[in-house]
Write a protein that binds this ligand. Structure first.
Ligand SMILES: [Zn+2]
Length: 428
């Protein structure tokens, strides 16, 4: 399949705008970016006139639990403990393969409409998550969610199977070692995962220091060590990885992040809604720690909307540091595109350039909130919303365009099916 986007403004690898370009996609790669020169439209399977709209690299959602859409708005505005034990855990215990498959597809649709081309998804029934990715054509990096309360299925078997799932060979579906958190695991599990991380020399991802309580209780259990220090002690971070939330890191933790190139994955929407706190991103910047951004699950956010997350990531730093000059738009784009791509294991899809993966989003600037176009990247981070996403292409295929989904499933069927499955689940 050869597709030509013509009359496009293209955000280049430095996030500067190249005006009036043709961008040519062949297969799943960006073949060429050139000034509009000639009319060679007949040689393409499809020519898309961008009419001055902007092509940007696909956004990466570096931490989510997509299938948790089923808990959205079921129980809000409650204390954390009550919310988790009364509404989340009992309903999650009832989930089947079919539930997770369809709820994940609904989550994928929401990602696509937000300009997201791939997510790092941490949830239950990894086969259902992988099947939803292959069905829709959306990239997923499955992070294992091992915890002591659940039956642990061999993570090594998952590692081998899911990194070559049904012949996909890591193109859309990837798997990384991970566990839910320090407080939901045992020393035995930590050692088992560390052995696997060392055997395959691969990164490790985990919820890390989301709340102060989590860190305080960890210190009590481990003779003063924080979760980050526990993970380092057992070598889990020896080959890099990430920490979801990473709010309450001390200086020693930050040294560890820097030393092992651990990515701090911030989830500001979830953190403000659950009153968890504000991650000190500026400090991480001083340490040279990479930051990526995720939505967290739609039960705690409640939206999968990376535009909202981008806005919150920068504005929370401005307000918490009493300084409107910190963390500019290009730094935010670096987080959701380049660092996000590293998280999901697709660094060849980080920016728009010849030879890169064709993971591309078209931003409609023919809307009041995008005019005038004084500075496009500032418009993108401070005033754009998902309503400006006109098209989302993943791996050279258009999965979302003008409000319609091309994911091998009818969108209305997915809404109906998810509501039916939810009703059954709540009545079980
Ligand atoms: Zn999470």
């Amino acid at each position: 399949m050869k597709i030509k986007f013509k009359n496009a403004n293209v955000l280049d690898k430095n996030f500067d705008v190249l005006e009036n370009q043709d961008l040519i996609v062949e297969g799943n790669r960006i073949k060429k970016i050139q000034n509009t020169v000639k009319d060679d439209n007949a040689t393409y399977d499809r020519v898309i006139d961008c009419d001055g709209n902007y092509l940007i690299p696909g956004i990466k959602n570096a931490h989510t639990h997509n299938a948790m859409v089923f808990l959205r708005s079921l129980s809000d505005d409650l204390p954390l403990g009550e919310w988790l034990t009364k509404y989340c855990f009992p309903n999650e215990a009832k989930l089947t393969y079919e539930d997770i498959y369809y709820f994940t597809i609904l989550g994928i649709m929401e990602n696509l409409s937000s300009g997201v081309v791939g997510s790092m998804d941490m949830y239950l029934d990894l086969h259902a998550m992988a099947d939803a990715s292959l069905k829709t054509g959306f990239r997923v990096c499955i992070c294992d969610t091992i915890q002591k309360f659940n039956k642990i299925i061999s993570p090594e078997e998952y590692f081998i199977e899911l990194n070559n799932y049904k012949g996909d060979n890591g193109n859309l579906v990837k798997y990384v070692y991970g566990m839910h958190a320090e407080y939901t695991n045992t020393e035995e599990i930590i050692k088992m995962l560390s052995d696997l991380v060392h055997k395959y020399k691969v990164p490790f991802f985990v919820h890390n220091s989301e709340t102060k309580k989590e860190v305080d209780e960890c210190k009590e259990r481990w003779g003063g060590l924080t979760p980050t220090q526990v993970f380092e002690k057992f070598g889990l971070y020896d080959f890099g990885g990430g920490g979801y939330h990473s709010i309450y890191l001390d200086d020693k933790d930050m040294e560890i992040y820097k030393k092992h190139d651990i990515i701090a994955v911030t989830c500001p929407g979830s953190n403000v809604k659950l009153a968890s706190g504000i991650a000190p991103i500026l400090k991480y910047k001083d340490y040279g720690i990479k930051v990526a951004i995720g939505t967290d699950g739609p039960a705690s956010n409640n939206a999968i909307d990376m535009f909202r997350e981008m806005y919150l990531t920068t504005t929370l730093q401005k307000v918490s540091n009493s300084d409107p000059a910190v963390l500019n738009a290009k730094e935010i784009l670096n987080m959701v595109m380049i660092n996000g791509a590293k998280c999901i294991g697709h660094s060849d899809g980080d920016v728009i350039d010849e030879g890169k993966l064709a993971d591309i989003v078209m931003i409609d600037v023919h809307k009041p909130n995008m005019q005038p176009l004084n500075t496009f990247v500032n418009n993108l981070v401070y005033s754009a919303s998902k309503t400006n996403v006109k098209l989302t292409m993943v791996d050279g295929k258009i999965l979302y365009e003008d409000g319609k989904y091309f994911i091998n499933e009818d969108e209305n069927y997915i809404y109906k099916k998810c509501n039916e499955l939810l009703k059954n689940l709540l009545n079980r």
